[in-house]
Ligand binder design. Structure first.
Ligand code: LLP
Length: 420
């Protein structure tokens, strides 16, 4: 459920017409609904209220400070994968002891920063990383809390680029070597083993991969218990899918009903790392049609947002629903079309081979389900300033990130003296 709908012929985010924001802020822009973000977080939280848990929002999905603060105020933590994400989470007010840190390539400097602020735990992805954490912690004279990220080799049945728990994936430590690695970890002076972690992929629309992966993770928990290696946390990652088109992913409650009985028995504190399910349908990218162009096959709606602003359609062939901002535009004749951006690449499209109403230059469209992995994956390609982000709450909105300007584009660049 989200809070984007037509009222009085105009597409609104909550009680604000998107056309009003477009007038005042310009296009393109990302628009997020406070009510939807809040609701999704609460629904997830409620679904798991029977077990002690912390929701560590996956910062990579939407890293705006205002969005992170919103979840922090709800008692949430953060799942980070870089020093930059750690910086953002802390700046947004997420308590350090609610931050988990995953990723296969943590640098020694990033490890030091995380130890310095006292994060909840590192989700360790390899033997060498474990060694690096131990070394850095020793230098600092502290003990580093860690979980091992187990790769359970379960197919999440999603897009190959966002499958992370396969045998062929770069992520995690194989299920078969997990215990050896744990034994190694407990023998290290400056490592404190506190948990176990798994995350098998994203946009998962079935319950079974979650259950299968959790079963294997619980095997590890059992083995740890048998060996007297005590842990406190089980981090089951993120990955729950959302409806972009006609997918019917399980509701958090359905997932909870299936896995709570498994989790309850452990007596452990559960950590969740949802990203997309919280933020995905809470955001839209609003863009304006610049030109239209027709050939024998179809019509192109050339809009002012491109693959640099929203790369998901190009990168994953994702379906993002396109809604006219003016409801009456939807009544125009329907036509086979591509929504394309201004970038000089054929892969620059936001929608392809879609039957859409005949948009005209000047019309606004909302590209839906863009609240997760939308702005965070945007770039300056073709030297396009990144677009603003807007947060709507009830009948007002705040610009929570300014549109970049041309000076921002060249910030930090310099011309060597021999070229002057
Ligand atoms: N935890 C870890 C360790 C992750 O790697 C991820 C996502 C998450 C949690 C959050 O997963 P979520 O609940 O959002 O599915 N850019 C891609 C998605 C990449 C996901 C990477 N990892 C996309 O736009 O579809």
């Amino acid at each position: 459920m989200h809070h984007f709908e037509y009222k009085n012929g105009q597409f609104h985010c909550e009680d604000v017409p998107l056309s009003k924001i477009a007038e005042e802020v310009g296009t393109p822009f990302y628009c997020y609904s406070h009510a939807t973000l809040h609701r999704h977080f609460t629904v997830f939280d409620k679904a798991f209220e029977k077990v002690p848990h912390t929701i560590c929002f996956a910062v990579k999905a939407n890293s705006n400070l205002a969005v992170l603060r919103l979840f922090a105020k709800e008692g949430g933590g953060a799942d980070v994968v870089s020093g930059g994400e750690l910086f953002r989470a802390l700046k947004a007010g997420v308590p350090a002891d609610k931050i988990v840190y995953a990723g296969v390539g943590k640098t020694k400097e990033e490890i030091r920063q995380a130890l310095d602020v006292g994060i909840l735990m590192f989700n360790v992805e390899s033997s060498q990383e474990l060694l690096a954490i131990d070394t850095v912690a020793a230098k600092m004279g502290v003990k580093a809390p860690i979980a091992l990220r187990i790769n359970p080799a379960v197919d999440p049945k999603t897009h190959p680029y966002i499958s992370t728990g396969l045998k062929t994936s770069k992520f995690g430590i194989s299920y078969d070597s997990a215990m050896d690695e744990y034994r190694h970890a407990v023998s290290m002076e400056n490592i404190e083993v506190v948990g176990v972690h798994k995350h098998i992929g994203s946009q998962i629309t079935l319950v079974s991969p979650f259950v299968d992966a959790l079963e294997k993770t619980l095997d590890v928990v059992k083995n740890l218990e048998e060996e007297g290696i005590g842990i406190r946390y089980i981090d089951i990652g993120g990955g729950l899918g959302i409806p972009y088109k006609d997918e019917a992913p399980p509701h958090p409650k359905e997932l909870a009903d299936n896995i709570i009985p498994m989790l309850e028995k452990t007596g452990l504190h559960i950590i969740f790392e949802p990203g997309r399910v919280i933020a995905g349908n809470a955001g839209a990218l609003v863009t304006r049609v610049l030109y239209t162009k027709e050939n024998e096959e179809k019509i192109f709606f050339i809009v002012d947002a491109g693959m640099n602003d929203l790369v998901r359609p190009s990168l994953y062939d994702s379906y993002q629903h396109v809604a006219p901002v003016e409801e009456s535009v939807g009544l125009r004749r329907k036509i086979s079309s591509d929504v394309v951006g201004p970038i000089c690449e054929s892969g620059d499209f936001l929608a392809r081979d879609r039957v859409l109403p005949e948009f005209k230059p000047g019309d606004l469209m909302a590209v839906m389900s863009a609240g997760a992995y939308g702005f965070t994956m945007s770039s300056n390609y073709n030297s396009r300033p990144r677009v603003p982000e807007v947060l709507v709450k009830d009948d007002s909105y705040d610009v929570i990130r300014d549109r970049e300007n041309y000076d921002d584009l060249v910030k930090g660049e310099r011309i060597p003296s021999y070229l002057k």
